[in-house]
Design a protein around this ligand. Structure first.
Ligand code: F6P
Length: 536
């Protein structure tokens, strides 16, 4: 299969995207696919009928349909950790049963969601306040999957936010918590500790610092702390009252956990109605993913185009470019979702993976990125497939001229990447700038854009809670589909462990000033320098 695709790639390597449009006037329509409220335009890639056929064959060969059914029904598809993968249950609104080890998980899901809504409502209405009055600020402490999703979604849904101000602290760097707390009132702040395990060192260190700050400032942690965890005993041990603790199960992976209690800060900001609308959006994408044929299935197509670019064309990275300032944290969110999930080199069966796995994902919102790294996208030697994301409407109806400019820039960039600018046109530009003779030739070369650079564009009417839910679920299922096709487990993350273990052993060494003789030379020398300069 991969060989067939590589042959197709070799055969078409020099084919220009512009020629594909010339050969097929319906190309844009053929390769624009709708799912829920989203439209994905793949036409500015080298995908054509034979490539698409070969790519969709990968879905059948890898058993994607069976694997998808197994995920939704609660089978333990996270085989290395022996866990089900059921974040989809958190956004399920029908009354069907989902069984894990023979027990229906849905009653607890619904009950927890209702408890979250009641808690959020109590805080938002002022019924549940702090020592000094109603809650004005919420500081949510978490990291990785217990932070990136809520941070991204809180910003994305800012137009719907009418609750307390939300702040997030993730980094163990004291700067993060100190800068966040310094302007807050400890008697009117709610601290939310979000940690699946309730053992993550960054989160627990920040949580203890926040508790000391609150006590010193006259607040009451027994009233003004909440927790989200699978480890209810540890949350209780920390002193958080049971009615402020929201549990979830190990069948929700950290980076897929926005939809349940980990999303509580989002609910505090935008209210339960908007949060449920986000869940409904995710559920709409679940239905699309489960029912649309491969060639019309948005998450599958995103996965297939991603694999075409990384596995077949050999492009190691992908830029995510939201032309939506409120999706500024989407690239960071996707970095964890995609790279922690699919950055693997061993297949599910323990064998080595053949070829590259997850692409390196990076990006910034447009138009800012245009004034930073787009130079490389247009004229650098590396080809970086781009994913443009833009809504038809912003939320500021009185500033529609801004939005028009935003959209024009988004469309212009994907067009420029595709069309490029040839030497003749570049010569005309150089001549217009006043150059002549040999200098004109030299200057013209610098003004050539190679073009033929692939991109996809995701469009939607407006960034509402439902559309956000669809976008997030789209990317989740893309990661899953890619993982199944590559034969890897997208749901474990053993690659984060070694560094954590070494940090645990270095911590006491830094604190107690012991000998570094047993360490490698570089680490020992760095510790020497840091000690000399006042650490630790
Ligand atoms: O470091 C990796 C990781 O385990 C992520 O997968 C997870 O999202 C994050 O740490 C935070 O973990 P926890 O929610 O248990 O604090």
């Amino acid at each position: 299969m991969w060989e067939d695709l590589k042959v197709l790639h070799r055969q078409n390597r020099d084919r220009h995207l512009i020629d594909l449009f010339a050969q097929d006037p319906d190309r844009a329509e053929t390769y624009s696919i709708d799912g829920a409220d989203l439209r994905l335009d793949l036409s500015k890639t080298q995908i054509d009928a034979p490539v698409l056929a070969a790519l969709t064959a990968l879905c059948d060969v890898s058993g994607l349909a069976a694997r998808r059914a197994a995920m939704f029904s609660g089978e333990k598809i996270n085989e290395t950790e022996g866990r089900a993968v059921l974040h989809t249950a958190l956004r399920r609104s029908d009354d069907s049963r989902v069984l894990v080890d023979g027990a229906d998980v849905m009653p607890a899901v619904r009950e927890t969601l209702d408890r979250m809504a009641a808690f959020a409502e109590a805080v938002r209405s002022g019924r549940l306040g702090g020592v000094g009055g109603s809650i004005t600020d919420v500081v949510s402490i978490g990291i990785g999957g217990s932070d990136l999703g809520p941070v991204m979604a809180t910003l994305a849904l800012a137009p719907y936010s009418d609750g307390p101000r939300l702040h997030y602290v993730s980094n163990v760097d004291s700067a993060h918590i100190a800068d966040t707390l310094k302007s807050l009132d400890p008697t009117r702040t709610l601290i939310n500790v979000a940690s699946k395990t309730f053992t993550t060192v960054e989160t627990m260190t920040n949580a203890r610092t926040a508790r000391d700050w609150m006590v010193a400032g006259g607040g009451d942690p027994a009233r003004q702390f909440s927790a989200i965890s699978t480890a209810l005993d540890l949350a209780a041990e920390f002193g958080i009252p049971a009615d402020h603790v929201f549990g979830f199960s190990d069948w929700v992976g950290g980076r897929f956990s926005l939809w349940g209690p980990i999303g509580l800060p989002v609910m505090l900001a935008v209210g339960a109605g908007n949060f449920r609308a986000m869940l409904a959006g995710g559920e709409a994408m679940d239905r699309h993913f489960q029912t649309a044929p491969w060639a019309r299935n948005l998450p599958v197509l995103l996965a297939l185009v991603g694999l075409w670019h990384s596995h077949v064309c050999g492009y190691p990275s992908r830029a995510v470019l939201p032309y939506e300032q409120r999706l500024a944290r989407l690239p960071a969110y996707l970095q964890q979702l995609e790279m922690e999930s699919n950055g693997k080199s061993v297949a599910m069966d323990g064998s080595d993976v053949d070829g590259p796995t997850g692409a390196i994902v990076w990006g910034e919102p447009g138009t800012n990125g245009q004034h930073a790294f787009f130079q490389l996208l247009h004229q650098g030697t590396a080809v970086v497939p781009c994913e443009f994301i833009v809504g038809a409407r912003g939320h500021e109806a009185d500033l529609a001229d801004h939005h028009r400019l935003l959209v024009a820039n988004c469309l212009a960039q994907s067009q420029a990447l595709m069309t490029g600018r040839g030497l003749e046109e570049a010569r005309a530009k150089a001549a217009a700038a006043g150059f002549t003779g040999a200098e004109l030739e030299r200057q013209a070369r610098h003004r050539v854009f190679p073009g033929n650079r692939p991109s996809v564009t995701l469009v939607y009417p407006q960034l509402t809670p439902a559309v956000l839910g669809q976008i997030v679920a789209l990317y989740e299922h893309r990661v899953f589909a890619e993982g199944v096709i590559l034969g890897i487990n997208s749901f474990d993350q053993f690659g984060v462990e070694l560094g954590k273990e070494i940090a645990t052993s270095l911590g006491p060494l830094l604190a107690e000033g012991g000998s570094t003789a047993a360490l490698d030379g570089s680490t020992a020398a760095l510790i020497g320098y840091l000690r000399e300069h006042g650490c630790c």
